[in-house]
Design a protein around this ligand. Structure first.
Ligand SMILES: Nc1nc2c(ncn2[C@@H]2O[C@H](COP(=O)(O)OP(=O)(O)O)[C@@H](O)[C@H]2O)c(=O)[nH]1
Ligand SMILES: [Mg+2]
Length: 324
């Protein structure tokens, strides 16, 4: 069993030493443990610090490319180097690296495809009550879209099996954490939650300037991922809504035509026609969206096979348990 622990880093020279020192040197059930640092265009001594701590695996971005891209490139590197499992932890020492063995356990036991470290946000002291509530709400929305029951959807402290990584395709720029859960949930992967406690805060989050921006970006990622999987439901409901609402002015027009022969009630007729056109258009969009969804599924299937060829994975070699 070959495990890669990847650490995406944007100028983390001060906190990276604590991260690297707290990653266990050996883990029961793991034959090879490698550390991979993804340098996302750092301008400080991040790379030198990592090398001084014995890191030999690097992905370099000449310019800053963002966390989602860093994650994807790290995964590509790890899978190209034969990783069976990829663990992700942050360079700001927010997560307890000493708990990596617990995070790996459900995967090593074959009980999960993805394990997520639940930060137990309600216990984090530096989170305001408002932020705690938002965290909970965010997770609830993700759970609704993904049909999962996860307490902490925004946690980046995770372990992914190779099989899961091959099936996941990160397409949004932000909040890949939420996106991967929605994809994994809809693809019926098994996701385990492992309670952990976070380390003391080392610095402010750089990913999101303000809470408002965080919420907006997360909402965008959730909505986009939701559309990816359930476009038909959305447009059918929209079409039904316009259809029912559109009938009201029609009925009003018909009734008034009979009871008030001299009145002019064209407005009702126009409004009714307008709403019914909106309804028909929504149903047409539903059909198109569903066709696009079918297309996406076929493309993902191709991508999956392509990745297997790229990473030299032979389906016949994959144990039955993994080969779902
Ligand atoms: N802010 C930021 N972090 C990045 C970027 N690329 C990689 N990272 C790393 O992503 C991790 C999470 O960043 P952080 O600011 O702590 O975000 P948060 O803890 O999720 O709010 C850290 O290890 C960063 O070094 C990037 O473009 N921006
Ligand atoms: Mg952080």
């Amino acid at each position: 069993m070959k495990v890669f622990v990847q650490v995406p880093c944007l100028n983390e020279e001060t906190t990276l030493p604590s991260v690297l020192e707290s990653i266990p040197k050996s883990i029961p059930g793991v034959d090879e443990l490698h550390i991979l640092v993804i340098d996302d265009g750092s301008t400080d001594r991040t790379v030198e610090v990592a090398k001084a701590h014995g890191v030999t695996h690097f992905v370099h971005h000449v310019r800053n490319q963002g966390l989602a891209r860093s994650f994807r490139d790290g995964v590509h590197y790890a899978l190209s180097h034969g990783a069976d499992i990829v663990v992700n932890t942050d360079g700001d020492n927010q997560y307890p690296q000493s708990r990596i063995p617990d995070l790996l356990r459900p995967l090593l036991d074959g009980e999960a495809d993805i394990a997520i470290g639940d930060r137990q946000t309600h216990l984090i002291e530096h989170f305001s009550p408002f932020k705690k509530r938002l965290q909970r709400l965010g997770s609830q929305v993700v759970n609704l879209a993904a049909e999962t029951k996860l307490p902490d959807a925004a946690s980046g402290f995770r372990a992914y099996s190779r099989d899961a990584l091959i099936k996941l395709n990160v397409v949004t720029q932000f909040s890949y954490c939420m996106e991967t859960i929605i994809q994994a949930g809809n693809k019926r992967m098994r996701i385990a939650s492992v309670p952990v406690t976070t380390n003391a805060k080392t610095r402010e989050s750089r990913l999101f300037g303000s809470l408002g921006e965080h919420v907006a970006q997360s909402a965008k990622a959730i909505i986009r991922s939701y559309f990816m999987f359930k476009p038909l439901a959305f447009f059918v409901w929209l079409g039904a809504f316009f259809g029912v609402v559109g009938l009201i002015p029609f009925v009003r027009y018909a009734v008034l035509l009979v009871t008030d022969a001299h009145g002019n009630h064209l407005q009702s007729l126009i409004l009714g026609i307008f709403l019914l056109i909106a309804s028909v258009l929504s149903f047409a969009l539903a059909v198109i969206a569903d066709l696009l969804r079918t297309n996406r599924i076929l493309q993902e299937e191709t991508l999956e096979r392509l990745k297997e060829i790229q990473y030299g994975i032979n389906r016949a070699d994959v144990p039955e348990k993994e080969n779902r």
